[in-house]
Design a protein around this ligand. Structure first.
Ligand code: G3H
Ligand code: ZN
Length: 284
């Protein structure tokens, strides 16, 4: 069923697992992720960046792709369609109006008071419609679509407390050293801050930049209240590898299904691995 993230995250937090957010870039991604979730009996979050929505045609197209697949697949596990890194109230509203069940308002580049104000406005609109809201503080490194950072800034626990106390968000993404895209060397996650932020807010925490984080760090993050982990790049890398292999092996291939099918399979396998690593398998 198409639902908000609230219940799946709270369940995960209680039971000690995290739900994966896997970003959707096209039809095959949506297929792969929904197939993996059903096979693993795992709740799942389909993340859609503004750039990816643009690429696919718009928010309504994405919602209808997902709804259509869930109908024809007979999906039984809980699925959320979530706007990833929403850049404004207007974008969040447009996604919600199109049928998204969850949104992230990423006002992390704004001063705290503006972040709080904007986040509140989104929460008000979203909650009236049963839609969950994620907010962010600090700076996630690296680059993803329209979200480009030139460094990493660890979220300040004091600011996190203010944001949580003054908004009614459903989950918080404190940037604590994670990076969009591949890491240069080992990630250096701020677990001390994570513990403080988790204890003082009691909200499910979100870990962005899930690609390339060692399993021991994933497990530690989950033990400290991280209940949502975002993964995009790893699916892109594995999917593209599969396409490249087919095209290099046979220069006469022209039917897109011959290379996009293997891409879909590779993404599905990657998502299944993550669901097992995050502990969400068999929890739906
Ligand atoms: O918002 C999406 C995620 O934070 C994805 O990060 O591409 O490094 O896996 P990633
Ligand atoms: Zn992110």
């Amino acid at each position: 069923a198409l639902v908000s993230m609230k219940e799946m995250m709270n369940k995960g937090k209680k039971a000690g697992y995290a739900v994966g957010q896997f970003n959707v870039n096209n039809l095959e991604y949506a297929q792969a992720i929904l197939q993996a979730a059903e096979e693993e009996k795992s709740p799942v979050i389909l993340g859609v960046s503004e750039g990816a929505a643009r690429y696919m045609g718009g928010f309504t197209v994405v919602v209808n792709i997902v709804k259509g697949l869930m109908h024809d697949y007979g999906t039984t596990v809980p699925v959320a369609i979530h706007l990833d890194h929403g850049s404004s109230f207007e974008k969040c509203k447009a996604a919600i109006d199109a049928g998204f069940t969850s949104v992230m308002i990423d006002a992390s580049s704004k001063p705290l008071t503006e972040n709080i104000e904007l986040t509140n406005k989104v929460v008000m609109y979203a909650h009236e419609r049963g839609v969950s809201v994620e907010a962010e503080l600090g700076v996630v490194g690296g680059e993803e679509d329209d979200v480009v950072a030139d460094g990493v800034i660890y979220a300040d626990p004091v600011e996190c407390k203010k944001l949580v106390d003054n908004t009614n968000i459903d989950c918080l993404a404190p940037a604590l050293g994670s990076v969009h895209g591949p890491y240069k060397g080992e990630p250096n996650l701020g677990f001390e801050e994570m513990e403080i932020i988790s204890n003082q807010s009691n909200l499910p925490l979100v870990l962005h930049g899930g690609t390339g984080i060692p399993t021991k760090d994933i497990q530690r993050a989950i033990s400290l209240g991280t209940s949502k982990i975002n993964v995009n790049t790893e699916n892109q890398i594995e999917g593209t590898k599969a396409v490249r292999n087919v095209l290099l092996e046979d220069l006469n291939v022209y039917d897109p299904r011959k290379y996009l099918g293997p891409m879909r399979e590779a993404i599905k396998e990657t998502v299944i691995e993550k669901m097992r690593e995050f502990g969400s398998s068999q929890q739906a």
